[in-house]
Design a protein around this ligand. Structure first.
Ligand code: ATP
Length: 307
């Protein structure tokens, strides 16, 4: 194992009976990067993260982290790692602050301000003296994140950190993670099932599908993958498709889909021209939308249509 990586797995596999939940995954996470680990439900993200954290015994392969070899029960670099995995749990009768006090003692964090600092950082100030048992799902998730950050780890391993958060919360967490990486050099390994969401903050993305690491890409390639497309809905798709084709657009549409899809920059960058053209030719659009290719769409291409 090389000490230069924050995380390094080699041929990591985990079988549950006949299900190979993780299949020979070899990945490296460089210090300071935000690595987005993306896959559909059941792809093997949580199983991989459990193996990273020594919570399960791999069937084969190895995990290295911050210069240590991770095995269940062995001493690891855990005081330097913050994690969020599984459903966030808290002592329901204790307040947010009391829950975090327990975590502070467990991590032997001496600063008495550590708790108020993460409470503020996670936007939990108004909830600090409420019992954890009455928190909303989103605030429970914030509490779990606060616990992961409490001891100022240099490596964060987060399983679906945006789970349960409202859109504003998702943006806040994104900004927080970006700031931690940028300002404090924290390395982030996070899983998600939403490629465009991860694409906004990750410096590298790995795509896991049926337990296998299918593809990895850097920020530049990520932008290409998340190609935009313009979707057009009209009452008469056939007529509108003819109008657009006559005007030189490359049109793809299937009557079953109920919309026309244009992928060229010429269309995506100037939807107003497409709309004007359609209106002038008597096939006015009912809806015009610029859409990111979603993860599922990307997977369908990547896996040749098989799920
Ligand atoms: P999700 O987003 O739905 O949590 P995931 O990508 O995290 O998905 P995993 O939870 O790692 O996926 O599951 C991968 C595969 O392994 C699935 O087929 C799952 O049913 C199976 N699996 C996971 N844990 C166990 C277990 N303890 N026993 C048996 N099968 C398991």
């Amino acid at each position: 194992m090389s000490g230069t990586y924050a995380i390094e797995t080699t041929g990591l596999s985990k079988a549950y009976g006949r299900v190979l939940a993780v299949d020979s995954v070899s990945l490296q996470v460089v210090p300071g990067e935000i690595y987005g680990f993306v896959g559909l439900n059941g792809a093997g993200k949580t199983t991989t993260i459990r193996a990273l954290l020594g919570m399960i015994r791999p069937t084969a392969g190895s995990v290295g982290m911050l210069g240590h070899t991770v095995t269940p029960g062995a001493r690891g670099p855990w005081h330097r790692v913050g994690h969020l995995v599984e459903k966030p749990a808290a002592y329901p009768e204790l307040t947010v602050r009391e829950n975090l006090e327990i975590a502070r003692r467990l991590h032997a964090v001496s600063s008495a301000h550590a708790v108020s600092r993460v409470v503020e950082r996670m936007g939990l100030t108004s909830e600090a003296d409420r019992r954890a048992g009455v928190l909303s799902t989103g605030n429970l998730q914030r509490l779990a994140l606060a616990r992961a950050l409490l001891h100022e780890p240099e490596l964060l391993i987060l399983d679906e950190p945006a789970n349960g958060l409202d859109p504003a919360g998702v943006v806040e967490i994104r900004q927080l993670l970006v700031a931690l990486a940028r300002d404090q050099g924290v390395t982030v390994f996070m899983s998600s099932h939403i490629l465009p969401e991860v694409g906004r903050l990750a410096t590298r993305v790995g795509i896991i599908h049926k337990g296998r690491l299918l593809e990895e890409f850097d920020a530049r390639r990520l932008e290409e993958v998340q190609a935009l497309r313009l979707e057009v809905e009209t009452r008469d798709l056939r007529a509108a498709a003819a109008v657009l084709t006559d005007a030189g657009y490359a049109v793809s549409w299937q009557s079953g889909e109920g919309k026309i899809v244009l992928r060229e920059p010429r269309a995506v960058n100037a939807p107003d021209e497409v709309a004007t053209l359609l209106v002038n030719k008597g096939t006015a659009p009912m809806r015009l939308a610029i859409v990111h290719e979603d993860l599922e769409g990307h997977f369908l291409r990547l896996t040749g249509g098989s799920q």
